[in-house]
Design a protein around this ligand. Structure first.
Ligand code: S3P
Length: 185
């Protein structure tokens, strides 16, 4: 065991189907940190699924809720576990205001990547419930539009042909390298 990682807020970003939620849960278990999924925070607060929010109120209203939920998560104190892992929805990091808030909070952002076909395959496998993943052309366009913003993340992990456990282990090793000078105090 390489010593406990210092207190951190780690945000997983990337497109729909990148594995942010699934890998994030495993990572949080490995580190014994807390895990939150921003979409689930929004759903809890709204008492509605993301798909229902999109249908009833539209995407702009969802984005406002997403910004508010992110502010709230960023203002939460870290508990005794020492760190938090947060999976962001695929559009959260694309909003400049959210990127600024993350940067100001000193959050570590990690981009999970995969090729378009693989992202699509994973979303279809999930039942294609995501409002912005229903149309294959729109899905591809959106990824192309967002790529540059995603690349502003602090670190990147290629998830293609890797198990969720492998992805989580890779993120853990990035975090261990990143905080090395601050580890053993
Ligand atoms: C979205 C991604 C979804 C969810 C919403 C919008 C997007 O989250 O926030 O459907 O704009 O890419 P996941 O990336 O967790 O699927």
């Amino acid at each position: 065991m390489a010593g406990a990682l210092r207190t951190r807020r780690v945000f997983l970003i990337g497109f729909m189907g990148a594995g942010k939620t699934s890998a994030g849960k495993i990572l949080a278990q490995r580190l014994r940190w807390t895990f939150q999924d921003l979409d689930q925070v929004i759903e809890r607060q709204a008492g509605q699924s993301v798909a229902a929010i999109f249908a009833a109120k539209g995407e702009n209203a969802f984005r406002a809720m997403e910004r508010a939920a992110l502010q709230e998560v960023l203002s939460q104190p870290l508990d005794s576990s020492g760190g938090m892992i947060v999976a962001l929805g695929g559009g959260a990091f694309v909003q400049a205001e959210n990127r600024t808030a993350l940067e100001r909070a000193g959050a570590i952002t990690i981009l999970l990547e995969a090729p378009l076909e693989e992202l699509r395959r994973r979303c279809v496998k999930d039942g294609n419930t995501r409002p912005l993943a229903r149309d294959a052309d729109r899905f591809a366009e959106l990824l192309a539009q967002r790529r540059q913003d995603y690349e502003r993340a602090r670190f990147r992990v290629d998830t293609n042909a890797k198990s969720l456990e492998q992805v989580a282990a890779e993120i853990e090793s990035i975090l261990r390298d990143f905080v090395k000078p601050e580890v053993e105090e």
